[in-house]
Write a protein that binds this ligand. Sequence first.
Ligand SMILES: Cc1cc2nc3c(=O)[nH]c(=O)nc-3n(C[C@H](O)[C@H](O)[C@H](O)COP(=O)(O)OP(=O)(O)OC[C@H]3O[C@@H](n4cnc5c(N)ncnc54)[C@H](O)[C@@H]3O)c2cc1C
Ligand code: FES
Length: 220
Amino acid sequence: MPRREARSVVGTETVGPYTLLRVARGGLEPGLPGQFFMLEAPGRVLPRPMSLCLAPAGELAFLIDPIGPGTRALCALAAGDRIGILGPLGNGFRLDVERPLLVGGGIGVAPFPYLSERLGEPPAVLGFRTAWHAEAAALVPNAEVVLEPAYVTEVMPAGHDVLACGPEPMLEAVRRLTPHAQLAWEAPMACGYGACYGCVVEIEGRLKRLCVEGPVLAAA
Ligand SMILES: Cc1cc2nc3c(=O)[nH]c(=O)nc-3n(C[C@H](O)[C@H](O)[C@H](O)COP(=O)(O)OP(=O)(O)OC[C@H]3O[C@@H](n4cnc5c(N)ncnc54)[C@H](O)[C@@H]3O)c2cc1C
Ligand code: FES
């Protein structure tokens, strides 16, 4: 069950351009890989959705790309600061797959360290803009890294159960190659639990709330 708690920041680590924010777990459950938490960013009215990256004992960790005011405020937190967290929310990845392959790009790799752990460290193909961004691949065991101008879809081996997270054009390309892939999508989210309708997207011709129906959806 999702819970809202005020938790203490344990510490932060720099991973390329990203920040790994480690928070004391308290009574919060880590949930399934691909589920997300709403993190209250200091000085911002609305919380920001973040996938769980790692679930070490007693902690929850989030990999954050500082792209705007909310994410920059989260990355500036320091050990001992307090932060409000709600979760776990949404639908995560199905783990009943026989030959998993993780396919991700950029900050889309954020849920993969926890997903990899839960799936027994399957192979992964991860795409990044630069070698600096690719430092995040060190968090994902058994990862093959491709840098632009090459794309993950050029090196994806066939015959796997694909679990993917990344920018929309990458997910669309993965969907064309592997119609049964599980894909983690993004949309702006204000509440994270179905109340605001801010995350409505068209799914199979019908408008649905991604925070409730997703963020992980079957491609077909
Ligand atoms: C389910 C889910 C899980 C996520 N997990 C992570 C994660 O693990 N790590 C991480 O760094 N980020 C993650 N994100 C994205 C993150 O929530 C946004 O980058 C953040 O809310 C932006 O807030 P901001 O105030 O920094 O920037 P803003 O000023 O709010 O946004 C900066 C720019 O990004 C666009 N934008 C913001 N949010 C989204 C969104 N959700 N989808 C598409 N465009 C958006 C805005 O339109 C704007 O152009 C996730 C999003 C979702 C929906
Ligand atoms: S984020 Fe509010 S309904 Fe989905």
